[in-house]
Design a binder for this molecule. Structure first.
Ligand SMILES: [Zn+2]
Length: 252
């Protein structure tokens, strides 16, 4: 058990939240009861996750995607009213970490995704505007693009969208969890064999063809399941908390 204040202060420091320019507030988004014994972790806040937390009598919900995004309407109506009503009514806290949880060198989405896929991490790739969130590394052995796609599908439980480049072998790879397809052109100019991220958009197919770099869209949700679980497990150990990851299926 730990007090809410001590827990939030610890995680804010651990993830170095002030270092990031983000699209949503990091840290405590909704304040619940003063003590935390049990937490439920999930990728994104949604009604199903909140109901699972209520069922499990959680004191806190820990997510990667929380509330209050830039450009989101600030009105508390409809879906947002129902979600907030559940949290406030049950006195469950919502703790959300976005880019700081992607980036953390031991607990973050990028490093945990690399471990899951068997990629040796070599470091950050210098990509403008990416805030150090695009990483590069190496597979233990070269794989054909088809074999690599099948491997990613097995590791993440979801086949990726492969947009072919040119090379017949993949070894040097760059990646960024989530919706980081916008960095593809800059990444391709760095001479890797492939780039893997969660989401895809229309121009990406042409960039793959014209740059020769293979692109894998492995799912926004599927590439961001692992950081929040690593963080929850770490907090459980540090503060003797009960925790459970609740997978709310999302094909995107
Ligand atoms: Zn994301």
């Amino acid at each position: 058990m730990v007090t809410l204040d001590a827990l939030v202060e610890y995680v804010d420091g651990l993830l170095d939240v002030s270092r990031f320019q983000d699209y949503a507030p990091n840290g405590l988004q909704v304040e619940g009861r003063r003590r935390v014994r049990r937490l439920v972790a999930g990728v994104s806040v949604c009604q199903a996750l909140l109901e699972a937390a209520r069922e499990r009598q959680a004191d806190m919900v820990l997510v990667h995607h929380g509330f209050f995004w830039k450009n989101e309407s600030p009105r508390v109506v409809g879906i947002k009213r129902r979600r907030l009503a559940l949290l406030l009514g049950e006195e469950i806290s919502l703790l959300a970490y976005h880019l700081p949880l992607d980036a953390h060198p031991a607990l973050g989405n990028n490093v945990r995704l690399a471990q899951r896929l068997g990629i040796e991490v070599l470091g950050e790739l210098d990509v403008p505007q990416a805030q150090g969130l695009v990483w590069h590394g190496r597979l233990a052995t070269s794989q054909t693009p088809g074999d690599f796609a099948a491997h990613v599908g097995r590791c993440l439980g979801r086949p990726p969208l492969h947009l072919p480049g040119e090379g017949s072998e993949i070894r040097d790879i760059a990646w960024c969890s989530g919706a980081a397809q916008g960095y593809f052109e800059a990444v391709a100019a760095r001479g890797v064999d492939a780039y893997l991220t969660g989401e895809v958009s229309e121009p990406v197919a042409h960039i793959a063809r014209e740059s020769g770099v293979h692109f894998f869209g492995a799912g926004h949700h599927a590439t961001e399941r692992y950081g929040v679980q690593a963080l929850a497990a770490h907090l459980s150990e540090k503060f003797s908390l009960d925790w459970e990851y609740v997978e709310i299926e999302n094909p995107v």
